[in-house]
Write a protein that binds this ligand. Structure first.
Ligand SMILES: Nc1ncnc2c1ncn2[C@@H]1O[C@H](COP(=O)(O)OP(=O)(O)OP(=O)(O)O)[C@@H](O)[C@H]1O
Ligand SMILES: [Mg+2]
Length: 232
């Protein structure tokens, strides 16, 4: 789904990334971790083609995105749902309208909106809050809105940049469970975070950066079987 081969990127004297190679396969859930300034966001920006590498190759969904002509970039981005730390929701719009914006941008026929929005709001647990405004929601709920907006376009890949950065531990855990559920339903997820608690808890594959260098990579572990005893 995503492949970096010997990618380097500098901003002036700052080497943000140096000779980075990794691959994320379809259906995987992978963390990019490392301290502040390690280069995590730079990797996500390269995948979105907001910036270009100095050297190296980047593939997304079988395409060489470095060589991709500018006019094709918007189409490529339509295959990616993005979730940020600060939610980036529109304050003047309801939950439903915030999600609809993503469909509107893609030019999806309006008669399809209601069903698609209802489906993703249910998935993220916001079906009863669809007519509320962002100011009426908690941080965890705002992050659910932004995840719903990312999912409604049915992307091939979800990129998340520090999605639990503004949330307390319990809320972060709930959001991570939601990402896990979405991954189990087949979505590929690449998540940048320096939250070691989140990384340790989920036991997913980890790509570890430090000062722009890849300093470690784990292999995918077998998922733990969760046994949930429900009280009657
Ligand atoms: N547009 C830019 N201009 C100059 N330097 C930049 C730019 N973007 C990133 N950098 C530098 O590149 C390095 C990597 O930045 P990046 O944002 O990828 O780090 P990060 O791992 O996401 O950090 P954080 O955890 O704080 O979000 C940093 O030293 C940063 O200052
Ligand atoms: Mg960052």
């Amino acid at each position: 789904m995503v492949k970096f081969a010997h990618v380097s990127k500098s901003f002036g004297d700052i080497k943000a990334l140096e000779d980075i190679s990794f691959e994320v396969k379809k259906g995987e859930f992978v963390f990019i971790t490392g301290p502040s300034g390690a280069g995590k966001t730079t990797i996500l920006k390269l995948i979105l083609r907001e910036i270009l590498p100095d050297t190296g190759q980047i593939e997304f969904d079988g395409e060489d995105i470095v060589a991709l002509p500018e006019e094709k970039v918007p189409f490529m981005r339509q295959k990616i749902g993005v979730v940020f730390q600060d939610y980036k929701v529109l304050p003047e719009r309801t939950v439903r309208e915030n999600v609809e914006v993503a469909l509107s941008v893609l030019g999806i026929a309006q008669e399809e909106w209601e069903a698609r929005v209802n489906q993703v709001l249910k998935l993220v647990g916001l079906d009863k809050r669809s007519e509320l405004f962002p100011a009426q929601l908690s941080g965890g709920e705002l992050q659910r809105v932004s995840l719903a907006r990312a999912l409604v376009i049915n992307p091939k890949l979800i990129l998340a940049d520090e999605p639990t950065g503004n949330l307390d531990w319990d809320t972060a855990d709930a959001i991570m469970e939601l990402f896990e559920k979405i991954n189990k339903e087949g979505k590929t997820i690449l998540m940048a975070t320096h939250n070691q608690h989140v990384v340790a808890r989920l036991k997913k594959r980890v790509i570890e950066l430090k000062d722009g260098k890849l300093v470690g990579q784990t292999k995918e572990e077998k998922p733990k079987i969760k046994v949930k005893v429900e009280e009657v």
